[in-house]
Design a protein around this ligand. Structure first.
Ligand code: CU
Length: 145
């Protein structure tokens, strides 16, 4: 219902102005970055990406303030072992939510030291050639499993 209304509204706005407005974009929900443990070079971030755009959105890269490099990672089982594997790009179908959570798909932040240990938050930016950039300030939390 909401999805349909959103599509109609966006359609009207696109037609009227020929440009993209703040409505019906991709949003980041429930995001947090796991606190960096001193001595470690990387940490993970978890969130939900909700696509309220009119089209499927393909994300080709992601960046974080506190990281030199940020990657999409998935967990896979190889010979009974849990391993992380880089995922080059992700697609969120129109109207759907992609979840990044512990033990599954996640963002891997290869951190800048000592910045990452001192800060309590970092911006995270997803880049999509179809849907533009999606940026949010995300807090860094401790004591999360
Ligand atoms: Cu990882």
């Amino acid at each position: 219902m909401f999805k349909n209304l959103c599509s109609v509204l966006c359609g009207l706005i696109f037609t009227a102005l020929g440009s993209e407005l703040a409505l019906c974009q991709v949003t980041i929900e429930g995001a947090y970055i796991r606190q960096v443990i001193p001595g470690q070079k990387a940490t993970a971030a978890y969130l939900r990406l909700r696509n309220q755009n009119l089209v499927a959105c393909r994300f080709v890269s992601v960046e974080a303030d506190i990281a030199e490099r940020t990657e999409f990672h998935s967990h896979v089982h190889v010979n009974g072992m849990m391993k992380m594997r880089q995922v080059k790009e992700l697609v969120v179908p129109q109207g759907e939510v992609l979840e990044f959570r512990p033990g599954s798909l996640h963002l891997m932040l290869f951190i800048k030291e000592p910045v990452a240990i001192e800060k309590s938050s970092s911006t995270i930016t997803f880049r999509s050639p179809d849907c533009g950039d999606v940026t949010q300030l995300v807090s860094i939390r401790n004591n999360i499993g």
